[in-house]
Write a protein that binds this ligand. Sequence first.
Ligand code: NAD
Length: 665
Amino acid sequence: MSAAPVRVERDGRVAVVVIDNPPVNAGSAAVRSGLLEAVAAVTTDPALEAGVIIGAGGTFVSGSDIREFGQPLADPQLPAVLAAIAASPKPFVAALHGAALGGGFELALGCDARVAAMDAVVGLPEVTLGMIPGAGGTQHLPRLAGVAKAIEIACSGRRVKAAEARHLGLVDAVAEGDLRAAAVAHALALGGRKRPVSALPVPADAPEAVAAAEKAALKAGKGRPPVVAAIAAIKEAVTAPYGEALANERRVFQALRQSPEAAALRHLFFAEREAAKVPGLEGAAARPVERAGVVGAGTMGSGIAACFADAGIAVTLIDQDEDAVARGLARVKQGYDASVAAGRLDGAEAARRLARIRGAVDLAQLADADLVVEAIFEDMALKEAMFARLDAVAKPGAILATNTSYLDVDRIAAATKRPQDVLGLHFFSPAPVMRLLEVVRAAKTSPGALATALAVGRRLRKLCVVAKVGEGFIGNRLYAAYRRQCEFLVEEGALPEEVDAALESFGFAMGPFAVADMAGLDIAWRMRQRLAATRDPRERYCAIADRLCERGRLGRKTGAGWYRYAPGARRGEPDPEVRALIEAASAAAGIARRAIGPEEIRASALATLVREAERVLAEGVALRASDVDLVLVNGYGFPKHEGGPLFWAGRQDRARLDAVIAGLP
Ligand code: NAD
């Protein structure tokens, strides 16, 4: 590898400008300087008639160095490179393979033509990092794809594969053979003519199509400022002169990249990379996993089986009797049918996935499994008995995992003669959809077993966060504390709908009472019953949820919980019966109800999360603060744009936050 990140090679009358900045050719000040010099060299050399810009190694420019966005940007900046390409009388062709994302795709859009390899993906992920594209992306994309499609692509930040990019006109050709040779031929075929995207008219999209794209993008992006700004910038391609729109785009990009929202999203981006670093695994090799087993074909077990099947791993799904197995398999099929109907999956692929799952009643069918996930009822005695049986049938070296929500994985491991191969794999519901996977390292879990679990988690495309054993691990522990505090607020005077509204206005996807109704109140009820014997009698206890459960109000599935539900309704209505029950509970606890406003609700619920997060860290249940943030954002609907509870806490006036914490029960 040469030290300079950009070099110019010659191919007859075409200069091939090679960006060589391993590992992913990320944009940087050095790359941009190198490009400026290369463009100047091509421009001034009379023996050259065109340039090709290509990436060394496995990719074009996969994006900018995200760390740069939090600091003053070093010169030269990307618009200067694009201006030099535009000003050069000689055409430049971008040759794309691997990923051309963000600034990488903007560089390609600033060229006179684009040739893509079959494996190439292009996209503008800036909005997902709290910004908008800042080097012409919002002006060039609509000129090629139309305003509606540009809104969809830029606001989702999705990766567009070569074939679709060709179809949309984002690339001019897809090279089936050698990319570099194809790009050089394309450059010669231009015959020295410039073809800048900026000179193209913006195709006239039907206003309804633009309005529909806008509406869908705002809905998917929850109306966040970067989405709104990206839409406005793209629409300027039609309403403002090119130069003016370009300057506006840059100005908005500069402002947004320094916004708190962008900082929070960068924090989460880096948090994901950190989470993959687990101390104590140096030199531990992951064991091969070709066949998996899942025990318990209920809500979670059937979803977990689908996760394996989606990843190409054959899986045996077990339940107590034929009927339960059949119901589990039917649930998996239903999930696939829904994906096919929604156009997310093609029918043949769904059938292949389904065929990877075999149902069985006999545990002996797990003898060939490399990894088994247990997802039976949340009951310690049942789980201990199950692990003793699994230990007897599973082959040596097979990993035995539990999907328990709260229980002590050390105790479950002790039911086997292979505690070194036992750990927790805490999936979230619905398992095929939710990215988060808490990987619970028990006291005796070996590095090899943990490495295997993490490797499998990655194959399932999950975001793995390692936790230690402790009631509810990271997520359920924090969430239980938060929900308990919200119940105290209700006992003191707030109504469930007021608490939900206050927290939804902070940005939670759903308030805690709506979530409880959706998940079912019985799981937490069972947990409270289990803990009742060991609970400190002086500890404050709110009995309202127990009263609801005793009346059969187990949530949406029973038509009533904290709210009442019309048949088939997803959203509940406040229920006078619940209000009466709450008021009676307050009176029974000797509490004079008072008005509690949304500010106080938010302050105390968030302070509770922060206090519990700090305890989880102090106890070593979580490895690092950013892991806690990832869990709450990816598993519990904590707003991404706030970066997670501990990132949020870092931005508060600490003395004020401490005062709220000191006042908590
Ligand atoms: P569920 O009641 O939907 O399913 C449990 C299944 O296990 C049932 O089909 C039952 O027949 C089967 N089963 C029970 N005993 C068995 C045995 N001895 N052998 C074989 N099968 C047996 O429960 P669920 O919601 O899927 O939860 C399963 C586990 O996952 C629990 O530990 C729960 O705490 C945990 N969990 C649940 C969620 C959730 O949101 N539901 C999320 C994460 C973790």
